[in-house]
Design a binder for this molecule. Structure first.
Ligand code: ATP
Length: 357
């Protein structure tokens, strides 16, 4: 992490990506720069880089080495969305440079908050604003994604995926989750499948060991199938949840659905040396070019980036963006079509800029 100075100046590598990525990035950039402009002693230098499926069509590489170097040298990375269903590797797999980044930079903490800003956005009855306020910490470098790059023989009789859990990575993950719980409501839920899978018995044992170092944090252990049910029945009870890669992938989409869908779900992929901030959603090919993508997830991801950067100035700018989102979403007419509204991306952006004051 970079160290704070009196004039805080940060280099941000911006990867708008594919599909609606550049559209939501344009919105977030306006809001981000407006918030920074209004904050004394804070400068962001944002530089764009091309990566993703369209870059693959241009250069044959979705994540060129020069872009990786730029990310390595930046203080943080802001990413839109990457991959398009019709652009694939010769073996048929979709391009996923956003997942490659997590592995290259060992961004093991997938931080995925879900917060309900207005009851109208929740499909459940009786959930008020702020009542759903949870964070899923998804392990993002191993688990059931660990053999994703292995070649597949299409003519084989069987294909196997491996669920990898290492002690070192799990310890790092659980420490991060406990620290996050301490900054919030002091409650941490382990989500696993320790009743069936040996890897998950191991995962739980490590969790139990680490939990002894955090006696002030209340813990519970829930199987992933039950967690999925509890997330619908009593989402208000959750604070921080920590889980394996694939379980976190699925549960975080479910949590997003509780607060308005993918357009409302920001995320951060954090490692020990770098962090990438991006919305949970993909490139939404059905919406490209229509100007109706919901920019809120991307804007909130930019706020998470500011809050992750060191120093009070960036904290202040991040909080200002969060408050602007809160203010805008209080008016249920200010919604893009994914939330039943008829606002364009630029209308929501203008409302956010107004709300920043
Ligand atoms: P990925 O596998 O890359 O995560 P996906 O296939 O799961 O992508 P997404 O692109 O995340 O799909 O989104 C699924 C659908 O949700 C989209 O097709 C779109 O209709 C809707 N959606 C996603 N993001 C947004 C957004 N920001 N605004 C409006 N609708 C969205």
């Amino acid at each position: 992490m970079p160290s704070p100075q009196s004039q805080d100046r940060f280099q941000i590598a911006v990867l708008p990506g594919d599909g609606i990525g550049p559209e939501v990035m344009a919105s977030a950039r306006e809001v981000l720069l407006a918030a920074v402009d209004r904050t004394p002693n804070l400068t962001l230098e944002c530089t764009d880089y091309s990566a993703g499926a369209e870059e693959f069509q241009r250069s044959g590489d979705p994540l060129p080495a020069s872009v990786q170097d730029a990310c390595r040298q930046a203080d943080a990375v802001l990413l839109g969305a990457m991959g398009l269903p019709h652009i694939r590797w010769p073996n048929g797999r979709e391009l996923t440079p956003q997942i490659d980044l997590r592995e290259i930079f060992q961004l093991y903490q997938g931080i995925r908050p879900a917060r309900l800003y207005h009851e109208a956005d929740c499909p459940l009855k009786g959930c008020g604003a702020g009542e759903i306020d949870l964070v899923i910490v998804r392990e993002s470098t191993e688990g059931l994604f660990s053999s994703r790059l292995q070649p597949t023989d299409a003519n084989a009789d069987s294909v196997e995926d491996r669920l990898l859990v290492t002690r070192a990575r799990s310890e790092q993950l659980f420490h991060a989750a406990f620290r996050l719980a301490r900054q919030r409501r002091n409650h941490l839920t382990l989500v696993d499948k320790a009743n069936v899978l040996p890897s998950m018995v191991f995962f739980r044992r490590i969790f139990d060991e680490i939990s002894e170092q955090y006696p002030d944090v209340a813990t519970e252990r829930v199987y992933v199938d039950a967690a999925s049910l509890f997330l619908i029945r009593r989402p208000q009870d959750f604070d921080v949840l920590v889980t394996e890669n694939m379980f976190g992938d699925i549960l975080s989409d479910q949590a997003a659905a509780l607060v308005g869908g993918m357009g409302m779900a920001p995320s951060a992929d954090i490692g020990d040396d770098l962090a990438v901030f991006q919305p949970c959603h993909g490139t939404a090919p059905d919406l490209i070019g229509q100007g109706i993508a919901n920019p809120v997830a991307m804007v909130l991801s930019a706020a998470m980036m500011l809050e992750w950067l060191p120093g009070t100035a960036s904290q202040q700018a991040g909080a200002a963006i969060r408050q602007a989102v809160e203010r805008v979403l209080q008016d249920p007419r200010l919604r893009t079509p994914d939330l039943g509204g008829n606002c364009s991306t630029s209308r929501i952006t203008a409302a956010l800029l107004d709300a920043l004051g």
